[in-house]
Design a protein around this ligand. Sequence first.
Ligand code: HEM
Length: 166
Amino acid sequence: MNETRNEGNPVIETVKEESVESAIAVAGHPLHAMTVHFPIALVIATLGCDIFYWWTGDLFWVRVSLWSSGFAFASGVVAGLIGTAELLFVQGIRIRVASWTHAVAAMTLIAIAGANWGVRLQDEAAVLPYGLMLSVLASIFTGLAGWHGGKLVFDHGVGLIVGPDE
Ligand code: HEM
């Protein structure tokens, strides 16, 4: 239905014409897609550590979550820098509203992940309740950012590198 409604719309036609191919890639493999798995997995792992700590009271989980939250933040920054380069350098990505929706959700996630690491660095006892609350929030934003990132690829064809033979 949207297709029919948008047919002949000059703005939509202009957006469709612009290239959406990934600019930050190694041998045809987009780097953002390769790096996003790390923050996604580590944010969820940190939530798991917090739940296990709440359940068992074993300080082992506090130590693990200090590392997992730190690497969740660091790998989120790396993935975010690559994503930002895609957003700024590729015209077809930059002019899509969906790209900015993903970027805002992802930047919020990175900020929460940083705070989650920060509270643990300051005081290990802060895991319950603040660390756990931040882990839940970070997981929700991981879902939002990941979902919108997926929509960019599957609905808009963003970031694909299609050769002339394909
Ligand atoms: C400033 C932050 C970010 C910006 C501006 C950004 C931008 C983008 C862009 C332009 C794409 C389309 C594919 C491409 O061009 O490579 C994308 C895809 C995606 N992003 Fe991000 N991103 C950011 C951070 C993140 C973070 C932290 C995550 C982790 C949750 C994430 C998860 C995804 C996923 C799952 C996809 C689809 C998979 C794929 O690329 O094939 N992004 N992002």
